[in-house]
Design a binder for this molecule. Structure first.
Ligand code: SF4
Ligand code: SF4
Length: 56
């Protein structure tokens, strides 16, 4: 299981700064999570101003 960032992302970068395993990078118009690296900690969901990271 991993987190995924929805299209609600406004590319603020807050989640990438807080990810303990550096799984989040800037993509095309939004940030993206590398599912192989994500350890499912949920920090990104807590840091995001628009609730774009979702567990799946
Ligand atoms: Fe990084 Fe945790 Fe978010 Fe996964 S759930 S992308 S490990 S902050
Ligand atoms: Fe996108 Fe939320 Fe991450 Fe900001 S914190 S880059 S809005 S997912």
């Amino acid at each position: 299981m991993a987190y995924r960032i929805t299209d609600d992302c406004i590319a603020c970068g807050a989640c990438a700064a807080g990810c303990p395993v550096d799984a989040i990078s800037e993509g095309d118009g939004k940030y993206v999570i590398d599912a192989e690296t994500c350890i499912d900690c949920g920090a990104c969901a807590g840091d995001c101003p628009v609730d774009a990271p979702v567990a799946e």
